[in-house]
Every structure is written in C-alpha cells, then in structure tokens.
Design a protein around this ligand. Structure first.
Ligand code: PDD
Length: 280
C-alpha cells in the first residue's frame, strides 16, 4: 500500500512517526473513516465537517483545507486502485519531542496519517442478510463521545467481550439506556417508528445516521430521537445499526433474545437499499 504521512506518499513500510507523538503516548488525536464505493467517496463533506468540529473541540489546528483533504483521498484511492473500501485518516497533536501532559506550543505541527483498506464487494456484505447479534455491556467510555478521538480501548474491550459471549458486537448501555454500538449508532423500530438516541455528548454524531434519518423522513417513515432501554430494544419489531463502513446493518438478537422474527426486518432492509441507492 501507498500511505500518506504528513504530506508525503510512501510505501507503508517506509512511513514512520515519532515515538513521542501525542497520538501514540496520549491518544491525543482524532480520526475519520470515509467509505469508497465504485471508486467514489461517500458523504465526504459530512466527514470533513465532523473532522473540523473534532479538531476545534480539542483546540487542535487544521493541518489541511477540505480541498487538500479531498485531493489526498483521491490520490490514495488512485494509487492503491481502490474500487470498494475505505480511507482512514488520523490527525494527532504531533510530536513535542518529549512526554508531557501539557499540550505542546501551538506551532507544533499536527501529525497526519492516511491509509486505504480495500474491501471488494463492500456493499454486498452477506452479513446484511443474516444480521448482527449484539450483547449489551456497560458504556465505560469517557463523557465526550461526540469527539471522534483515537481513544478506542474501551470499544475494543467491549467488542472482545461481546465476541467471547458469542455475539458479533456490543451495544453499550448507560443508566439503563442504549447509547450506541462499539463503532456504530443504534436504532430500534416499534410499530413502524424508528427510534434512536438524540444527539448529545453521549454519542458520536454519525454521518451515516444523519443521512439515514434524512432519507427516512423523505420516505415518510416516522422517526423519534430519544433514549430507549434495553428492555424496549428486546421487545422491538426490529433493530439495526449504521456506520460509514457497515451502512445500515440489521440487528437480529440482543443478549440472545431474538428481535422481532429473528431475521433482518423490512425497515432496516429498505433503509439499507435507499441509503446505498442514494450514495451511489
Ligand atoms: N465508526 N458511533 C461510534 C462510536 C463510531 O465509532 C462510529 C463510526 C459511529 C458511526 O459514525 P459514522 O456513521 O459517521 O461512521 C457511531 C467508524 C466507522 C470506525 O471507527 O471504524
């Protein structure tokens, strides 16, 4: 693979960052994941807006303009011959030359790394036909989940624990209410109404979420943005998750309880179809 590091395009084994980089020592950095279908970037502008917000919330400088980001994405897609897959980008607070809790001076250049992952047939993921089984686990992340930081240890732990329990993924729970999945936003459908947690600092403001809620409204589907409990989710007709890389993915079981019929539901299937049609 050819990857991007601080404005340079290099074979992956030649791209390096400092051991003092704050992304490495402090998880002091943010990231984005943009999907590629048929060589085209999905919802690129939305991801750039969220990146800018994440950087601003952490007082980090913006290493590139949106045009430069677009150019870098396109170049990596071309150099690596990506038809379907994703582009990962990460910006950290850079290399202060030593370890210190205090931020380095403002003029310390941020570190930018980008790479592609090829996923042929990404939109034809067979998991969409079988659905995911999720386990519920306490949400032990920090309280600013709206910022897309690279601090992903707890989501990784939750995913491993879910797998150890025979599930595909975890839904995280706080005060009895589902917050979101380890790397996706969570939804249930009851009597034709789509229910998903409202935006706040408690969850990531999913770019796919925004698109899916817009498309649901256009398709005259009822949407309620509010908290829902694990019990409510288990008694729902359907459940699903959304993310840039999974699009709309049905959830068919929660803690071993089948959701609805135990098969992907009609609303989730329809939204997946509408979303992929709109994005292509
Ligand atoms: N994850 N919630 C969390 C905690 C996430 O990490 C993600 C994205 C989402 C969905 O956001 P979006 O629709 O903008 O992808 C929700 C990415 C895909 C990842 O970490 O790989």
């Amino acid at each position: 693979r050819i990857v991007h590091v601080n404005g340079r395009y290099l074979p992956e084994d030649q791209a390096t960052v400092s051991i003092f980089d704050r992304g490495f020592l402090m998880a002091d950095g943010v990231y984005e994941v943009v999907s590629v279908l048929d060589g085209r970037l999905l919802d690129f502008e939305g991801h750039m807006k969220r990146l800018a917000r994440s950087l601003d919330e952490l007082g980090m400088s913006h290493p590139m303009t949106d045009e430069e980001w677009l150019e870098a994405h396109r170049r990596l897609i071309a150099e690596n011959d990506i038809t379907d897959g994703l582009v990962y980008l990460q910006v950290t607070r850079g290399n202060p030359g030593d370890r210190d809790f205090a931020y380095p001076p403002k003029d310390t250049p941020p570190t930018v790394v980008m790479f592609t992952q090829s996923k042929p047939g990404l939109a034809e993921n067979p998991q969409a036909d079988t659905g995911l089984r999720v386990c519920t686990l306490p949400d032990l992340r920090w309280a600013r989940r709206d910022i897309k930081t690279v601090q992903l240890l707890y989501p990784s732990m939750a995913k491993m624990e879910a797998k150890a329990r025979g599930c595909d993924d975890a839904w995280m729970v706080e005060d009895g209410h589902v917050t979101e999945g380890t790397s996706n936003n969570a939804y249930i459908v009851k009597d034709g109404t789509i229910v998903t947690r409202a935006l706040s600092d408690d969850i990531l403001h999913g770019i796919t979420r925004a698109a899916v809620l817009r498309l649901a409204a256009e398709a005259q589907l009822a949407v309620e943005e509010r908290n829902f409990t694990v019990e409510e989710a288990k008694a729902a007709d359907e459940a699903f998750v959304t993310s840039a890389s999974a699009f709309v993915m049905p959830v068919v079981a929660i803690d071993e309880a089948a959701v609805g019929t135990g098969a992907p539901g009609p609303v989730a299937r329809r939204l997946r179809e509408i979303y992929l049609d709109e994005m292509r």
